[in-house]
Write a protein that binds this ligand. Structure first.
Ligand code: ZN
Length: 129
């Protein structure tokens, strides 16, 4: 499943590094050079020279650990996008209080009208005549 670099690319990368780790610049003995995918192939990195870097064992280990983290993150992101993972619920805040200006305006415009009279008092007999 891992697409390794072709031997030619590996050789070219090792030649470019000229016996040094391309990250920490440590001198590499023969056979110590490890050719790493700058962008991991699982994340779409192509097995080409531009995506190859020659690392010492220590740098390669660190890099690979980081790749695993990034790969997991990419997996999580993809699963969130497809809905396989439910998004975390946002905790609703209590919002902002009214500003002094807005409170003043509301108290001016929202003055309540006197209550409407629903029933009229029945007229008394002496008032009809
Ligand atoms: Zn190194």
């Amino acid at each position: 499943m891992r697409r390794n670099f072709p031997r030619k690319i590996k050789a070219a990368a090792i030649a470019r590094a000229a016996g040094h780790c391309e990250k920490c610049k440590a001198a590499l003995k023969k056979g110590e050079a490890e050719v790493d995918h700058i962008l991991p192939d699982i994340l779409g990195g192509e097995p080409v020279l531009a995506n190859a870097q020659v690392l010492c064992r220590v740098c390669h280990k660190e890099k690979t650990a980081g790749d695993i983290q990034r790969t997991r993150k990419a997996d999580r992101q993809r699963d969130k996008d497809t809905g396989a993972i439910a998004p975390k619920q946002k905790i609703p805040g209590r919002g902002f209080g009214l500003s002094e200006h807005k409170a003043k305006r509301l108290s001016r415009t929202k003055q309540s009208l006197p209550p409407k009279r629903l029933f009229a008092q029945p007229l008394r007999a002496e008032e009809i005549d």
